[in-house]
Structure formats: C-alpha cells, structure tokens
Design a protein around this ligand. Structure first.
Ligand code: UDP
Length: 468
C-alpha cells in the first residue's frame, strides 16, 4: 500500500494531504508539503500524501525522511478521469474522480489512522478544493480538514458569485445570444459572462454541482489556503475572507517558498537551458500550453508558421498528447529549416528555470494559474490563449487588471500570431507590460521574505495545524 520514505512516527505530528491528480494541482500541494515540513520546527511535522493511483507523484523516494506516499484506487478505471483540451468535460471528470476515489480513500484513511494510534497522530487533512468527496470521508472519521485552493483569488470570488448569477437567470448564458455572453459582470469586473463557463462541452448542471462542492469544501473546512499573494489580489482576498467565514491563509507564490521540481509528471528536457544561455536577454518567446490544454492540427500548423515568420527566437513545448486526435506530433515540412538556430522544440521543459532565465522575453501561455503566477514571479509578460476552466478568468486579470499581457483571440492564424509576437517582444507596448510584470515580481519577492505577508501566513497556518 505505502512507499514509506520514513517509518518514524514517535510523538511527531503528521499532516495528511490529498492533491487532485493533475500536474497543476500536485505541484502546489507538494510545495505546500515542503514548506510545512521544512518549517515544522525541528521536523515535528511529517507528511503523508494520499494520491490517485493514476498520475502518481513521481520520484517519491527523493523526498526527505518524514514523507510517506499512499496510493488510492488501484484498479479504478481512469480513462475518463483526465480531461484534455477546450472540448473536455472538466467538471464531469472532477465529479467522477470524487465518486470513484471516495470509497478506496475511506479504506486507506481508516487503515492509516489505526496504524498511527500510538503516535504521530494525523493533525489534519489538507485536501484540494475539488475533492469534497475526500473531505467528507475525513469528516466522517474525525479528521479536521484544511482546503488548498490552487487557483487565484479572483477565480474563487467568481465561483462564489456563481450561484447568484444562476438565480438571476444569467447563467447558463443562452447559447445563441452572443451579446449576452459578452455582457460585463459589474460585480466581477473585468469578467464577462462567457468567462464564467468552464468549457463549451461541460454541462451547466455538472459545473453547478462542481462549484457547489467546491464552496461546500471551503466553508466546511477549518481554513482555506491560497497560492497567491496579498499584493497581487488584495481586494479579492478581502472578499473571500468576508464571504467564506473561515480563516484564509494566503501563502503564495508557493514555488518561491518551497521547491516542487520533483513533482513533474513528465521528464523535463534540461538541454533547453544551455540553448537559452546562448540567446540575448529578453529575446526569446517561451510557448507552452501546460499539462492538459491542446490544439488541433490546423492550429498547430498556424502556430508553427507564426513562430517561424516572426523571426524571433522561441522555445516551444510540444507535449506528446498536445495535438488533438494525433498519436504522433509532426512539425510541418520546411519548419525546421526556416527556424534553424533560432528555435528549439522540447516535449516538456523545466518551466520555472526557463521563465527565470534572462533570455526569456515573453510567454505564450494557456493561463493555467501556476503558469500565470510563475510568469508574474519572473517578470515575464504574456500572450494569452486560454482554453477552459479558470484560464479565461486568469487571462482577463493579466490583460485588464495587471496589464502584463494580452489575449490572442479568435481563430489561430499565422499573420495574427506573428503580429502578437512582435507586439510583445519588439514594441513599446510590450516593453511597458514587461516593466509592470517586473514590478509585480518585486512585490512577490517581498511577500516571501521574513515578515512578508506570505511568510507570516505560513507561520499562522503552522500554529493552526499544531493546534488540532
Ligand atoms: N510545466 C512544466 N514544464 C512544461 C510545461 C508546464 O514544468 O513544459 C509546469 C508548470 O511550471 C506549471 C504546471 O506544469 O507548474 C502547469 O500548471 P498550470 O496551472 O499552469 O496548468 P495546467 O497544466 O494545470 O493546465
């Protein structure tokens, strides 16, 4: 059942964790684990990570003593549990994950609690905000819970407003009514009605259920932990504090507080860092859609020629399953020749190091929250191409609130791509966005310093955990 990195329990406290089994959720949960483990005052806090048997966190043995990993749901069919691309039923996948892992988790947790009766008692379970099913199991077995919200504060505020928008009859938007879906939401500026829809294929009923579960998880917890920082999302954080009625711990950017590199599900191609060393400062466009977003073959073709025609250096992540309905991804004929010496393609990159490299001048991103936050923390402006879930919300903040990027909207077309790259990397507008991004980066650094807002919130969180 378990792969113990340490069996010492003694009188130590143990924090249980259960991430959602996707890259963008596993990484921040393990970063949080690292932060708690390191600051647990002389190693008083051990960590047990429960995880879905599919998409298990890699390199478990590399974690320091005190970590233990427990697989849940071996043999559970997982083919329909991993959503991919804008046409994915993300909400449906979340509901199925909760349904299928709940019973196996009850068995595992019961077993673990029985084993640990002699010491190292579980202080609490830190559960992903999308795993209400696991939270209910913990409640049933008497384990207090904290909820980790891996998205931004703005997104949580939007989700908190979702039920009221349904009551007003605004959601779901009438599918034929384009003007209605463009409608600005006054109480959620700068969001529009269409930014509130997970994906074209997710049914309203599934999305509503998912968000009910998410808000129940937050409200029934002993506190909500957010991977963002005060100086970035101050007013939305205040709305969350006022609206949820539980303690809020704002402790991000987690990747600046604790390392999570060993959490990458795919092997990172490190050779691109050497290639970046040879490029000029602020000259390279980094292109990546994260771990789940995808494009079709035509979009792939337009992207390739947009990058080639831009004449700018680029580093492009083409994930093995990034192109819809293609088993094997192939670059268009003539592309390599046209971009020789100026472009590099990798299957998966060490993204934190890439974004932190002085050669990177811009990031073409799908605006997953981790990618958005990582870009902000390195002062890198963005070309935004959101696809589903919270990505549209993150994009709106990048474009309209922080003004550190802009959306590449509508059909992907090589001429449009070329213009967007030129705007970001070569024009005054792009330079100003880079400057604003660097200002935000400096604020992020401050909040992770001693006495900074996030460092102080971690101390409060630790106190809370030790009080259970
Ligand atoms: N990532 C990476 N290498 C890549 C692309 C992405 O390590 O080539 C990491 C990235 O640093 C981020 C995570 O994968 O931490 C993606 O999370 P995000 O929330 O941005 O998007 P998701 O994959 O959940 O859609």
């Amino acid at each position: 059942m378990a792969s113990p990195a340490s069996s010492s329990v003694g009188h130590r406290r143990r924090v249980l964790m259960f991430p959602l089994p996707f890259q963008g959720h596993i990484t921040p949960m393990l970063q949080l684990a690292g932060a708690l483990h390191a600051r647990g005052g002389g190693g008083r806090l051990d960590i047990t990570v429960f995880h879905a048997a599919f998409n298990a966190p890699p390199d478990q043995a590399r974690h320091p003593p005190g970590y233990r990993f427990v697989a849940v749901g071996e043999g559970v069919p997982s083919g329909d549990l991993v959503p991919s691309g804008s046409d994915a039923d993300f909400a449906g996948a979340l509901l199925r994950i909760n349904d299928r892992l709940r019973e196996p988790f009850r068995d595992r947790l019961r077993q673990l609690l029985a084993e640990e009766e002699d010491g190292g008692a579980a202080a609490c379970l830190v559960v992903d905000s999308n795993l209400r099913g696991m939270q209910l199991v913990a409640e049933e077995l008497g384990v207090p819970t904290l909820v980790l919200r891996t998205g931004g504060a703005a997104c949580l505020v939007a989700y908190m407003a979702f039920p009221a928008l349904c009551d007003k009859g605004l959601l779901p938007p009438a599918s034929q009514d384009k003007a209605q879906s463009e409608m600005p939401l006054d109480e959620l500026t700068p969001l529009r009605l269409r930014d509130m829809v997970f994906s074209p294929i997710t049914t309203h009923a599934n999305m509503k259920r998912c968000l009910e579960h998410l808000l129940d998880a937050a409200r029934c917890s002993s506190g909500v932990i957010l991977n963002t920082f005060q100086e970035l999302e101050n007013s939305d954080l205040q709305k969350i504090t006022d609206g949820l009625g539980v303690p809020i711990y704002t402790i991000g950017p987690l990747h600046k507080i604790s390392s999570g590199t060993e959490s990458s599900l795919l092997a990172q191609d490190q050779t691109c860092l050497k290639w970046l060393d040879k490029q000029e400062a602020d000259s390279v466009l980094y292109v990546s859609l994260g771990s789940l977003a995808s494009m079709d073959e035509k979009e792939m073709l337009e992207t390739a020629w947009g990058l080639a025609n831009s004449q700018r250096p680029f580093l492009w992540v083409i994930r093995h399953n990034m192109v819809k309905s293609s088993q094997q991804v192939s670059l268009p004929e003539g592309f390599e020749e046209a971009t020789r010496g100026r472009g590099m393609v990798v299957p998966w990159a060490p993204q934190l190091e890439v974004l932190g490299h002085r050669a990177i001048g811009g990031f073409w991103t799908h605006n997953g929250w981790n990618s958005t936050l990582e870009s902000i923390c390195e002062g890198v402006p963005m070309i935004c191409r959101p696809q589903f879930a919270d990505q549209m919300i993150n994009m709106r903040y990048v474009e309209e609130v922080w003004k550190i990027g802009f959306e590449l909207e509508g059909e992907l077309e090589r001429g449009k791509i070329e213009m967007a790259i030129t705007k970001l990397l070569c024009m005054e507008e792009g330079r100003q966005m880079r400057q604003r991004a660097k200002d935000l980066r400096d604020k992020a650094v401050k909040c992770t310093e001693e006495k900074g807002s996030s460092k102080s919130a971690i101390e409060l969180l630790l106190k809370r955990i030790m009080s259970f």
